[in-house]
Design a protein around this ligand. Structure first.
Ligand SMILES: [Zn+2]
Length: 406
């Protein structure tokens, strides 16, 4: 927790925590984390994409690695646990092994991803994308809000834009990936549980919907002669809420609404709204969007509005490994707690890493589900549980690995 506080003070800004990809603040955070990695016997390197990687050797130098960690970059005005908690839990786990003088039949690589939030260059999962060979060279030309290209920033940071292919890892390098992360939602708190096992990163569809009616004078156009785009959009917002409530686990949000002309004495002529639909199963997202599309057509036809439906983004769900989920659940039960499973509504590096290895995530209860905000908070006792679970998880994998190789 002290180390979380220490990293929480390393920021680009004086009065708030902001630590974006390849910034001097990120470099300062790396120098601390590198020091801690080395102090517990890890060999440390920064890969071509700028990820910081520490390796705790196995009994056999050619053994594959269990990958543990999270990201060290943050959003603007961030809390101090989203990301760093996962890196530090991984280090605490290695420290425990080092203290016991214990080597495992697999190596442990602790990774601090250089960019997960994607704030500086609008490239979410940049660090993990490089690891799975999904880094797109065109990203290097992107510039930040100061006009600095990613290539320049990466070079100054200790990465190597010319060697990005070398950052790619192979499935045979790893036996799996496990990330400890704050929940960023209120479910564990409501269940009164310190930790939970993530089942999947939810599928997500984002749609932009434009409603067009006819603007007119609020005083002179009688109600029966109006084509009010906002009234149609409002009917749709309530329909979206009803669809979301009808299916367990489905979340449907209209978060943005632009009304034009946008004056108190003018009937709204055009409304643009955002729709965000998520569920851990692709089929539910698909059928919810289908149902809402049909309702949108019906509302538009009833009100004689025109409606344009444009899918902006679609991500399939990413399932966590059932085998690793089971090992995490077993570890939680060893701690005398019930194992609770929940999906992640937010994206994480497992979205990328699942392309090359089995992924698992352990969520830690966070106060009131607040994240991406300075008020982000976790309880010391909950972090202690997460650490214990991670240790048992690693020990269990080591036992099984040994049994398999006999
Ligand atoms: Zn995060």
């Amino acid at each position: 927790m002290n180390l979380c506080d220490l990293l929480g003070d390393i920021s680009e800004d004086n009065d708030r925590l902001t630590r974006r990809f390849a910034t001097p603040a990120m470099k300062r955070a790396y120098s601390w984390v590198q020091l801690w990695m080395e102090s517990i016997g890890m060999t440390v390197r920064v890969d071509a994409a700028g990820n910081l990687i520490g390796r705790y050797a196995a009994t056999n130098p050619d053994a594959p690695a269990l990958l543990l960690g999270s990201h060290l970059d943050t959003v603007r005005n961030a809390g101090r646990y989203d990301g760093p908690l996962g890196v530090l839990c991984a280090l605490a786990c290695v420290q425990d092994l080092a203290n016991r003088g214990r080597r495992l039949p697999f190596a442990i690589e602790v990774i601090a991803f250089a960019d997960e939030e994607g704030v500086r260059y609008h490239t979410a999962y940049l660090g993990s994308a490089a690891l799975v060979g999904a880094f797109q060279h065109a990203w290097l030309e992107r510039t930040d809000d100061q006009g600095v290209s990613m290539a320049t920033a990466l070079q100054g940071f200790g990465g190597d834009p010319a060697q990005l292919a070398a950052a790619q890892r192979q499935p045979s390098d790893f036996i799996g990936y496990c990330e400890v992360h704050i929940e960023q939602g209120p479910v564990l708190e409501a269940e009164n549980l310190p930790v939970g096992v993530v089942t999947a990163i939810a599928a997500q569809q984002r749609v932009s919907i434009v409603w067009v009616g006819e603007a007119g004078h609020a005083g002179t156009v009688p109600m029966h002669l109006r084509y009010d785009a906002l009234a149609g959009a409002a009917a749709f917002v309530l329909a979206a809420e009803a669809v979301g409530r009808a299916t367990p686990g489905l979340v449907v949000t209209v978060g943005q609404l632009t009304v034009q002309p946008g004056a108190s004495n003018v009937i709204p002529g055009t409304v643009t709204l955002s729709l965000d639909v998520r569920h851990q199963e692709n089929a539910h997202v698909h059928s919810a969007c289908r149902a809402l599309y049909e309702q949108a057509i019906q509302i538009a036809s009833d009100r004689q509005l025109s409606m344009e439906w444009r899918t902006v983004q679609h991500n399939n769900a990413v399932q966590c490994s059932p085998a690793l989920q089971q090992v995490l659940a077993h570890a939680i039960e060893q701690c005398g707690l019930p194992s609770y499973h929940l999906p992640s509504g937010a994206g994480h590096d497992s979205v990328m890493l699942s392309r090359i290895t089995d992924c698992a995530m352990l969520f830690v209860r966070c106060q009131r589900g607040i994240s991406h905000h300075p008020a982000e908070a976790v309880a010391v006792a909950d972090v202690a549980v997460a650490l214990r679970v991670l240790q048992i998880f690693v020990d269990t994998l080591a036992e099984r690995h040994t049994a398999f190789s006999r």
